[in-house]
Design a protein around this ligand. Structure first.
Ligand code: 5AD
Ligand code: SF4
Length: 475
């Protein structure tokens, strides 16, 4: 299954830069005629990978002469990057596109683009063709690197453009521009796609097969980020524990962490997402040893029932998961743990659900992301019998939230009076604790006190706690 990916050649990338230059000339001429610069508005639904993709789109738009717009109403180009993981994200994206029809009527010149995971599904392009005539350009995840060419064709032709095909084995494209927001935090994609085919999940169908970037490219990008002043860098991949399996280079994710830890500078490395099937003791040993690797682990278990885990095709048992957590805590007693959970998977019984709830109680997570199962057409789970009434699933969901809130609050309370190293990263909404920061474990801290400066590390003492935030004063 591996090693089928297409590496986009430097020549092909250079070709895209040519399109960016063509468009840049066009935008400069128009800007002169209008008396103001052309603007682009981007909006992202979905995960961090999607946010990273949008930053690449924004980088290309900047290269093409567009300034960022805060509102769709002010923009000449609008790009909506969509998500397909749950139905809710899909309806929200489509709702927003629907609302743009007035704008398109008032200003037919505006170019509306729809991209990302949602449009990569088989039935979506037809739906957009029929019901959303305001959309000019639709491109899937596999066509992201060809955005300049597609936009050029859209701007210079009178046809709507749909490019949602592309080889499911996927592409690796290096050297495209990225526009980050310039704060302390940066995303760094280390791999794309997923090979796991969990039965509920659409991701492998819309993002293609697992493919890793060469470690030298990742190291180079990290060095660049550190030199630009980024201090909190999150490595991204659907399943980072599979990093390197498709490379000729003999390297796994732990080896990569070791290499990145050796880059000089004062910064933290986080990563997501890990899969319990592939998380190894070697990984936890490496995390414990590497001082720049945050002691934070997002390890989704999805369900505490072995029956459900099997039907989800997750490839581990609840006990295996318990073992991993125990080992991680043995090596890193202060580690911050988070997880994703799905409630209401087809056929989930009360007993299955109770096993999930008990696992939450038992582990004591610092953060949890709990989702109601959402049926995704084309996945194996969509064909499984699902006779649990929605109201029952909803009630379970709410019970689980109660359990998790109690557990999270207990974890938060345990920080009262403790001294923690944090990275100050922004302004809070409150006045008593006017700045925000993150602990090494990724917990949010609202801070007060002297000598606190955004973009620097500080020591704070925790004065009080709430479910979502710790409150600290600088020492
Ligand atoms: N329904 C509900 N949640 C889902 N996730 C993925 N697919 C679905 C689905 N069909 C959740 C999983 C995953 C997270 C990113 O989204 O918990 O870890
Ligand atoms: Fe989806 Fe499973 Fe891949 Fe995560 S590991 S993206 S849940 S198929």
């Amino acid at each position: 299954m591996s090693n089928q990916k297409t590496i986009v050649t430097q020549e092909q990338i250079a070709h895209q830069y040519e399109y960016m230059q063509f468009i840049s000339k066009m935008t400069a001429e128009k800007a002169q005629a209008y008396g103001h610069p052309l603007r682009a508005f981007t909006q992202t639904f979905g995960c961090q990978q999607n946010e990273a993709d949008t930053q690449q789109i924004a980088g290309m738009l900047e290269e093409m002469g567009y300034e960022p717009a805060d509102r769709a109403e002010d923009a000449d180009v609008i790009v909506i990057n969509t998500c397909a993981v749950r139905e809710h994200a899909e309806s929200r994206a489509l709702g927003n596109v629907g609302a743009l029809s007035h704008l398109k009527k008032a200003r037919p010149d505006v170019t509306i683009c729809l991209c990302g995971c949602m449009v990569q599904q088989e039935h979506i392009p037809e739906k957009i063709k029929k019901s959303y005539p305001q959309v000019d350009l639709v491109f899937g995840t596999h066509a992201l690197w060809r955005f300049p060419e597609l936009l050029y064709r859209s701007l210079t032709g009178d046809q709507r453009i749909f490019d949602t095909t592309g080889d499911a084995s996927g592409y690796i494209a290096e050297g495209l521009p990225v526009l980050r927001d310039g704060g302390t935090k940066a995303w760094l994609s280390i791999m794309y796609g997923c090979n796991n085919f969990c039965t509920y999940c659409i991701v492998p169908y819309v993002r293609g097969r697992e493919r890793s970037r060469a470690s030298a490219d990742i190291v180079r990008e990290l060095e660049q980020l550190v030199s630009e002043g980024y201090k909190d860098i999150t490595l991204l991949g659907q399943n980072v524990n599979s990093y390197g399996k498709d490379l000729e280079e003999q390297i796994d994710f732990s080896d990569l962490l070791e290499k990145l830890n050796a880059v000089s500078g004062d910064f933290l490395i986080r990563f997501m997402t890990s899969h319990p099937k592939d998380a190894s003791h070697k990984l936890f040993d490496t995390m414990a040893r590497c001082d720049k690797v945050a002691k934070q682990l997002h390890l989704p278990f999805q369900s505490g029932s072995d029956t459900i885990l099997r039907r989800m095709n997750r490839g581990y048992t609840a006990d295996h998961y318990r073992g991993l957590i125990a080992y991680a805590r043995e090596k890193m007693p202060d580690i911050t743990l988070s997880s994703d959970i799905i409630v209401g998977f087809p056929g989930e019984t009360e007993e299955d659900f109770e096993q999930t709830r008990k696992l939450v109680e038992e582990v004591g997570f610092d953060m949890l992301f709990t989702f109601l199962y959402s049926k995704r057409s084309g996945t194996p789970a969509a064909k499984m019998e699902d006779d649990t009434p929605h109201a029952v699933k909803q009630a379970r969901f709410e019970r689980l939230l109660k359990t998790q809130d109690a557990c999270v609050q207990a974890r938060q309370d345990a920080y009262a009076g403790k001294r923690l190293r944090v990275l100050v990263d922004g302004h809070s909404k409150g006045t008593a604790y006017p700045l925000t920061a993150r602990t090494e474990g990724g917990l949010l801290v609202c801070c007060a006190g002297d000598n606190l400066e955004i973009g620097t590390f500080a020591e704070v003492e925790i004065e009080k706690t709430s479910l979502r935030c710790l409150f600290g004063r600088s020492i």
